[in-house]
Design a protein around this ligand. Structure first.
Ligand code: ADP
Ligand code: MG
Length: 731
């Protein structure tokens, strides 16, 4: 028996101790977070008010107040068993970073005391030089600072041997530039709020103080047994299979989606959810996804900033818990060729500070008018900045999904659904332009409420779909940090809201009726942005042609897509709204392009190593066995000992010929890959990334095709790598 077969025999679930009466979630929800309520109980009223002012208006608290909060935060976390703390932040790589410091200080007499001060709470100074800055920092000013983000509660993470207080933070350079994912997100929240407030004022909602983007990211993932994972260098180093023949049974029977969840997986899901609840992460939905061994977690939506922190934490928890269950959670966008990849649908909307969703059609005509205005702003924003949306989801991993007929295409378009499309058409055609109050009542009462809960005619192929009372941006990759995508959506919508507000203002200043003016402005907005609306099948070839005619961008390459961030139009937009400076955009472009190009190189080198050390040696062995067998047969025939049917020898030769051809092409392409990697060294970053996309990737695909052909024909007993049919079906 091969090692592979031995392992497959031994696969079995980790034993989970039986819980007879599970705790009700509400009894422990959020117990590992230092919630505002907990804090409020522990600090003076004055300090709490100052803290709220900081959150809402940005006026920072005093040193004494910070000390007061630090003290109670330390007490609270020590009572939970924490012995150290860390500023927890999200560098541009999109991962999370932490640097732990113990709570201790030395007293005069050398004794140790637990101490944590306001200044340590508010600011940290990790050695920033190893985080990518994309050129923001010269090495002589490599310092970077982390600063407490008071809008996201501190929390405690635990391992078996200890607990750590984590303080959500932003990460900035010495010169104040954002070195992370979070600061731009917070700035974009503010920009959107500002723009929406102005619009709301115009509509007469004068008591609203703040507008908040809300997000609910649906997280897809694969689970496989850890034993398989360890045997696959590609999964370990690249997070995806670089070779691997498609299993005869994949997802054709559609028997996985929403199917009964296997017990082993369900145990895992329970454990993940429990840990998430302790941290106040509201995951609710869990189900099987389309591909075998693919699943999804979806949370209740939250403020964008919290949603982003929580998604990062959830991904960490998913990986950690999987390990405890003898499983590996694969968050890569395309771990297995031939079955669906994993994405992260970003549900996005905006609400006022009382929780009213601005993308929810209301009960009154006025509310519906506001809804239509915000809706039009999103349409306008996506039309004018679809290149930025595309760029916000560009990564080496996601490149395998976008446009691969399973995920949204690289062309961004908006789906509204039948009823809303009708209304939008009416507005565009000016039918509503002279809207009387009665027209608005008709529009509101007769048409709008009906689709509010209508979720029947979903268009799963659309990258940006209106689904009820929110938009769903479906092009994000499963492993992505969602902050950049949110920051882009917030900023472009803020800009369009601003444009619409301006047009309405100038309309009414010339004395026109308010409702009629709004309708006229919206008509213009929709006319201008109409090309982005598409209700059909986004996977079809006709759409690609049609989109081209409409002038919509269709960028397959991530490296190319990323360029949108440094176009003058983007720089102007982001600087206008104070979300990214030119320098920050340039640095992100550089960092993300580097990540793309490094991932490609790692994958190529991993593939070459696997082929050279695990595939070819076995193939050569089989080749010589085959050749030897053929030789023996021929001798037997020649000596008259054996008589075979016509064609039997030729058939044997055919197998050997095919085998030898596959080996030859594998070698040929591997050699090409090596040449490309060598050539690439002397190129600049942009050229290298483009070269990898145009030349390296196709060669890797060729290698894969021929290796997969070997896997389908070589003896099972000498094939070293776990196969799809094992990884995806035996657990
Ligand atoms: P669907 O059936 O459209 O997927 P769900 O209600 O199950 O709708 O929501 C899917 C995701 O969308 C969930 O994560 C949910 O929290 C999120 N969501 C719902 N409403 C909003 C909203 N107003 N803003 C942001 N996200 C939302
Ligand atoms: Mg979904």
């Amino acid at each position: 028996m091969s090692i592979r077969n031995e392992i497959t025999q031994k696969i079995e679930p980790v034993v989970v101790s039986k819980v007879t009466l599970p705790l009700q979630i509400s009894t422990y929800y959020g117990e590992n977070t230092f919630s505002e309520m907990t804090m409020q109980k522990m600090i003076s009223e004055e300090t709490y008010r100052a803290f709220k002012r900081w959150q809402e208006e940005g006026t920072i608290i005093t040193k004494a107040q910070a000390d007061e909060i630090a003290l109670v935060m330390k007490e609270w976390s020590m009572s939970k068993g924490a012995t150290s703390y860390t500023h927890w932040f999200q560098p541009m790589t999109g991962l999370t970073a932490e640097k732990h410091d113990a709570f201790i200080s030395l007293g005069h007499d050398g004794n140790v005391i637990e101490k944590f001060t306001g200044s340590k709470l508010i600011q940290g100074e990790p050695d920033a030089s190893s985080f990518p800055s994309g050129g923001i920092r010269a090495t002589f000013e490599a310092r970077g600072y982390t600063a407490w983000d008071p809008s996201s509660p501190a929390f405690i993470t635990e391992v078996d041997s200890g607990k750590i207080l984590c303080i959500p933070s932003i990460f900035i350079s010495y010169t104040g530039d954002a070195l992370d994912k979070k600061l731009p997100l917070l700035r974009s929240d503010a920009a959107l709020s500002k723009a929406c407030l102005e619009l709301l004022r115009l509509f007469g909602y004068t008591d609203v103080k703040n507008v908040i983007p809300t997000c609910g990211p649906e997280q897809e993932y694969f689970l496989i047994d850890e034993a398989y994972y360890r045997m696959r260098p590609d999964l370990v180093l690249a997070g995806r299979t670089l070779i691997g023949a498609v299993s005869p049974k994949g997802q054709q029977l559609e028997d996985q989606y929403f199917g009964t969840i296997k017990e082993r997986v369900l145990n895992y899901m329970h454990a993940v959810a429990e840990e998430a609840y302790r941290l106040g992460i509201p995951v609710t939905t869990r189900h099987n996804e389309v591909a075998p061994h693919q699943f999804e977690f979806a949370p209740i939506f939250e403020r964008s900033n919290l949603a982003a922190d929580h998604n990062q934490l959830l991904m960490d928890i998913m990986k950690k818990v999987a390990h405890r269950h003898g499983l590996v959670c694969l968050l890569h966008e395309k771990p297995f060729a031939g079955v669906n990849g994993s994405g992260k649908h970003l549900n996005w909307s905006v609400a006022d500070d009382k929780g009213n969703n601005l993308l929810n059609p209301g009960d009154t005509p006025e509310e519906n008018l506001l809804f239509l205005t915000v809706l039009s702003a999103v349409i306008h924003a996506v039309y004018h900045h679809s290149d930025l949306l595309r760029a916000s989801v560009a990564s080496a991993g996601n490149e395998h999904r976008l446009g691969a007929n399973e995920a949204p295409p690289a062309i961004v378009s908006i789906y509204l659904g039948e009823q809303l499309t009708k209304i939008v058409n009416m507005i565009e055609n000016g039918k509503m332009e002279k809207a009387t109050r009665q027209d608005l009542v008709d529009l509101g009462v007769k048409l709008l409420p009906r689709f509010t809960r209508d979720t029947t005619d979903r268009n799963r192929t659309s990258p940006f779909a209106f689904t009820g009372a929110k938009f769903e941006f479906r092009a994000l990759g499963s492993s992505m940090n969602i902050s950049t995508a949110i920051a882009v959506v917030n900023t472009i919508v803020a800009d369009s809201v601003g444009i619409i507000t301006g047009r309405i203002k100038s309309g009414i200043s010339s004395g026109s009726d308010f409702n009629a003016t709004v309708m006229k402005v919206l008509s213009g907005i929709i006319k201008e942005s109409r090309a982005i609306l598409f209700e059909g099948n986004n996977y079809s070839e006709e759409w690609a042609k049609e989109a081209q005619k409409r002038g919509l961008p269709n960028v397959a390459s991530s490296a190319e897509a990323l360029k949108a961030f440094i176009k003058p139009k983007a720089v102007e937009l982001f600087e206008k709204h104070g979300v990214f400076s030119r320098v920050e955009l340039q640095s992100r472009y550089t960092v993300w392009l580097e990540m793309y190009e490094k991932v490609m190189e790692i994958e190529a080198r991993t593939l070459a190593e696997m082929v050279n050390t695990q595939i070819l040696p076995q193939a050569y062995e089989y080749q010589s066995d085959m050749a030897g067998g053929l030789e023996i047969l021929k001798n037997l025939i020649d000596s008259g000992t054996l008589k075979l049917v016509d064609g039997a020898i030729d058939d044997r030769k055919e197998v050997l010929t095919k085998l030898s051809a596959d080996i030859y092409y594998i070698r040929k392409n591997i050699k090409e890959m090596e040449k490309i990697l060598n050539n690439a060294h002397s190129m600049d970053l942009e050229a290298r990334a483009a070269y990898f996309f145009s030349d390296l990737k196709p060669h890797m695909e060729h290698v894969r095709r021929h290796v997969d052909a070997l896997e389908d024909t070589m003896p099972d007993s000498i094939w070293l790598l776990p196969k799809y049919r094992e990884m995806l079906f035996i657990s």
